[in-house]
Design a protein around this ligand. Structure first.
Ligand code: UDP
Ligand code: MG
Length: 318
């Protein structure tokens, strides 16, 4: 029997929300009167998530579970979900019910109209800190001007993709993945449905500042070389400013009796230049680290066990 819809849910330490999330997804998907699977990817949770998923999968044949051997990160969990999904349309949704499952029905509607990617565009984000909203908005805008790929503003990974898009995603071996960008890169007919992002049902964000930074640097480095050009342009600008200052200093020495008082100007220039140099070295380092990750060619994730798959076999395309 073919599966029509796969719902991929990455889960990390979500014992407080996972059962409610399952219930609501089930209610929504039952309303389609078509076949579906709920594919939970447990990304190395250290709380009771695994037991709860076990319990859910035992009572419902729609439910499949992939257990990672440790925490590999949100983007990798989504990747595994796409690798294992069997559906004709695949929906990625967070476990914390910030993305309303009811919207899936609208996404399916658009898919049936012929769109191959339907992404959720956040018109408003509730219950998130001022800092998170502002930095996220700023990031999406910086990314947009940095790259030629048309990555839509204010969209996360909540989206529906067609089987063909999913198959193309499976051919991408990249290690530090920025999925929302990759889906845009793959192309096909794309459209948006707008929504208001709810508050997290319970628990805390699993995206602390460190993970957010990693994700945004992944996004920037995998879709743009512009940060590397900072060295060229910034260096040129600073050299020019240095040259002008040299002329001024020499002029004062030769034509006036007062030479430039030294310490302040020297220390300012010193700090400015060494700060800039270190920053650029860091930028280059980000790229080199990612090149290193690619050459190591380790598998993207390691699975401890799967539940609910029966005899079906699945592999990454590579
Ligand atoms: N998540 C994951 N692995 C991680 C971090 C998060 O699978 O290392 C999952 C998490 O359980 C949730 C989704 O990714 O389903 C988004 O995380 P969260 O809601 O904490 O992020 P936020 O909405 O605060 O940006
Ligand atoms: Mg969330």
């Amino acid at each position: 029997m073919t599966t029509k819809y796969s719902i991929v849910v990455p889960v990390f330490n979500e014992e407080q929300v996972i059962y409610d999330s399952y219930k609501r997804l089930k209610t929504v998907m039952d309303r389609t009167y078509e076949s579906y699977e709920l594919l939970f990817v447990n990304d190395g949770s250290r709380d009771r998530t695994s037991e709860i998923l076990n319990y859910i999968s035992e009572g419902d044949t729609h439910v499949k579970v992939i257990e990672f051997s440790r925490n590999f990160g949100h983007q990798i969990a989504i990747t595994a979900g796409m690798d294992y999904a069997m559906g004709q349309a695949i929906v990625v949704i967070d476990a914390d019910l910030q993305d309303p499952p009811e919207l899936i029905l609208q996404m399916i509607g658009k898919w049936k109209e012929g769109f191959e990617v339907v992404y959720g565009k956040r018109m408003e984000r509730k219950g998130e800190s001022f800092f998170k909203k502002k930095t996220a908005a700023l990031f999406y805008r910086i990314l947009r001007v940095s790259t030629d790929i048309d990555i839509p503003l204010d969209t996360g990974d909540f989206r529906l993709i067609d089987r063909r898009v999913c198959d193309e995603m499976k051919r991408i071996p990249e290690k530090n993945r920025f999925i929302r960008g990759l889906v845009s890169w793959v192309g096909f007919k794309q459209t948006a449905v707008e929504y208001i992002r709810d508050e997290r049902l319970a628990g805390e964000t699993k995206y602390p500042l460190k993970k957010m930074l990693k994700l945004s640097i992944d996004g920037l480095t995998s879709f743009s070389y512009k940060p590397l050009k900072l060295a060229t342009y910034g260096g040129a600008l600073l050299s020019f400013a240095g040259f002008v200052y040299m002329i001024i200093a020499l002029g004062m020495k030769l034509f006036t009796s007062s030479t430039v008082p030294g310490w302040t100007s020297l220390i300012v220039i010193q700090l400015l230049f060494s700060g800039f140099t270190l920053f650029i070295l860091g930028v280059i380092g980000e790229y080199i680290g990612r090149i290193y990750d690619e050459t190591k060619d380790r598998p993207l994730y390691i699975i401890r066990e799967t539940k609910g798959f029966g005899a079906a076999k699945h592999v990454r395309a590579l």
